[in-house]
Ligand binder design. Structure first.
Ligand SMILES: NC(=O)c1ccc[n+]([C@@H]2O[C@H](COP(=O)([O-])OP(=O)(O)OC[C@H]3O[C@@H](n4cnc5c(N)ncnc54)[C@H](O)[C@@H]3O)[C@@H](O)[C@H]2O)c1
Length: 350
């Protein structure tokens, strides 16, 4: 088990980067590049043009097309591995088994079992890990959460995620390498779980296909050991993209849109106690800041330095992956013409 504080002679955390794709360039590397205590020591990608462009943009001197060679040559404190989930497992496992701290995007793997294997490897290596569930760090959500919690523990959390995606013969998520809920609607599952707190006690759910041969709609009613009830509403056949959060405590309620307004109302007052937009909460118009990516990167780097895990570890992400499993397992499946096909209920301890 590693307990030593990390950081080179100049106190900088040496980070090696695997993947020069869109999330890397749009949100993760811009976040890391803003930190004085981080040094980007190497970049690896399989596509030469992406590798060169990204290295040039972030001033990364050493580039590689084999991540194992990069780890060997740069001996980083921590690694960011940012690639589609069906390409990630072997890379993430190799990084952890080589003893490096690791940040990955969501979902951390294709299945909860793979996620559990990665969590065990991280524990065996004493590695700090982080998973890209940036809504936990979203400045507007966090401010609304803190204001609402002043009134007492949350008793109800509603997380919604809506998209408008045209039905397609070929599945839109990597041709079907992964489903919508595990790959993307999982953001709302994780936000509901994180803000409600505690362990999952029971799950009732409704999983449906709308206009499509694959599931597009995932709704759930989840009870948590904190006493909070979680309501999940996610649907990829709606009019427009929205991700929202409602948080309710005794006498207080937050209503927040990840890309818009957040308000906290209490005690039937005529004015909200808090009212601001996502950019006002972040003090920035940059997406990597107002959507929580920079705060998430800061928490990961601080965890690497102090050896105290962040809350969004791979082990914690495993609990969200298990909740995804239970949403499928406990669903009242209804066919497109409305006939009930199956109704199951299982003990739902995550
Ligand atoms: N948090 C969010 O809001 C959010 C949003 C979109 C996507 N994502 C997640 O981000 C992850 C990455 O998505 P993306 O759109 O940035 O992907 P991308 O396809 O744009 O980039 C991935 C890059 O990884 C490289 N790569 C793949 N295997 C490699 C290997 N073995 N060694 C080196 N390089 C390798 C590819 O060449 C590519 O350049 C996915 O897991 C996705 O689910 C998260």
């Amino acid at each position: 088990m590693k307990t030593k504080r990390k950081g080179g002679s100049r106190g900088k955390i040496r980070v090696a980067l695997i993947g020069a794709g869109s999330m890397a360039n749009n949100v993760h590397y811009p976040s890391l590049a803003e930190f004085d205590d981080v040094e980007l020591v190497g970049l690896c990608d399989l596509v030469p043009e992406k590798l060169e462009n990204t290295a040039q943009r972030f001033g990364i001197r050493r580039t590689f097309n084999d991540f194992r060679a990069m780890l060997e040559a740069t001996k980083p404190d921590a690694v960011y591995a940012l690639m589609p989930p069906h390409h990630l497992f072997d890379v993430a496992m190799a990084v952890l088994q080589a003893g490096h701290d690791l940040f990955v995007e969501k979902p951390p793997a294709l299945t909860s079992f793979q996620t559990e294997c990665l969590a065990k490897a991280a524990a065996d290596a004493g590695a700090v890990t982080g998973v890209g569930f940036q809504r936990r760090y979203h400045p507007l959500f966090v401010q609304c959460w803190n204001e609402t919690r002043k009134h007492g523990p949350l008793h109800q959390v509603v997380a919604t995620f809506y998209k408008n995606q045209e039905p397609a013969r070929v599945h839109q998520y990597y041709r079907g390498a992964i489903d919508i809920l595990t790959s993307d609607a999982i953001h709302a599952v994780d936000a509901m779980r994180y803000f409600a707190g505690g362990d999952v006690v029971s799950v009732a759910s409704d999983v449906r296909k709308i206009d499509s041969w694959y599931n597009t709609c995932f709704n759930a009613l989840v009870t948590f050991s904190t006493g909070a009830t979680g309501v999940l509403l996610t649907n990829w056949r709606t009019g427009s993209r929205r991700l929202t959060l409602e948080l309710h405590a005794p006498g207080a309620s937050a209503f927040a849109n990840a890309d818009g307004l957040g308000e906290v109302w209490a005690d039937n007052a005529k004015e909200p106690t808090l009212r601001l937009t996502h950019t006002e909460a972040a003090g920035s118009e940059s997406g990597h800041v107002h959507q929580g990516f920079r705060a998430q990167a800061r928490a990961f780097i601080d965890a690497v330095k102090t050896r105290r895990q962040p809350h969004n570890t791979i082990a914690d992400a495993y609990k969200t992956m298990r909740l995804v499993d239970l949403i499928y397992q406990n669903a009242i499946n209804v066919s497109q013409n409305g006939a009930h096909l199956k109704r199951t209920r299982q003990a739902a301890h995550v």
